[in-house]
Design a protein around this ligand. Sequence first.
Ligand code: G3P
Ligand code: CA
Length: 288
Amino acid sequence: KEVENQQQERDNFLVIAHRGASGYAPENTFKAYNTAKSMNADYIEIDIHMTKDGKLVAIHDKKVNRTTNGTGKITNMTLDEIKKLDAGSWFNKKYPKKARDKYKGLKIPTLEGIFQHYGKNVNYYIETKSPEIYPGMVDKLIELLKKYDLIDKDPQTKNVIIQSFSPKSLKKVHRINPNIPLIQLLWYTPSKNGDLKEWKGVTPSPNEIGPKIWKEINQYAVGIGSNVFYKGKSVVGKQFVQQARNNKLLVHAYTINKKNRMEKLIKWGVTGMFTNYPDKLSNVLKNI
Ligand code: G3P
Ligand code: CA
């Protein structure tokens, strides 16, 4: 029976390609998403921000500076301005061994462009970044999901998962449509006195972690997404993972790129992982 359960856990385990297969191609571009698809990742993770003219675009940072040849905040730029940027060349410079000519001049995708391109051929794990600074972001996201028929009535199929650090924005999604599976993101760092610190006071404090908080998250989300390591050291452990699981929450750990960490976390009972190397995680799963 236990072997059967373990097998089922393995079958349900999610390989989530973090910003696409971003270990191999520039993050949050079609090349990274295509690579993830070719590696059969279960979900493609996409971070979204909103332009000045209200378009949802796939990029991780609030500013375009790190991953394009431009500068400035997305909220101050129009989609036309965003479309002019090169979102691939930075990768070639930063990772010369992984550089490819085809990465030069890649564009920042719009979320709608992504849905148009892949339709239902991939599963999307979408993070609303800083929803508090983008009024209307959640409504636009749900509108697009509806337009491309991506909200499943059947909870078993789940074409789309939405994740956010903001409980407020997740609760809003849940109010609008309780069929969309949601993941509450958490981020913990050690503080000077050695205790844990939560992220900007937005996510639950580690002091609150206990039955009450798990129950509260359970009211709107199907699980949590948490960092496990910070600067090489673990910040949360097996007990944390087990507590969440005992409270019927899925646990997706981010961002796990090393084989030994993948193996360890599977043993702890996490139910999925965000990784820049989905092929590596699939291999670990096959061999465990
Ligand atoms: O969304 C999970 C993980 O991606 C959160 O970290 O900074 O890579 O978006 P980040
Ligand atoms: Ca993310």
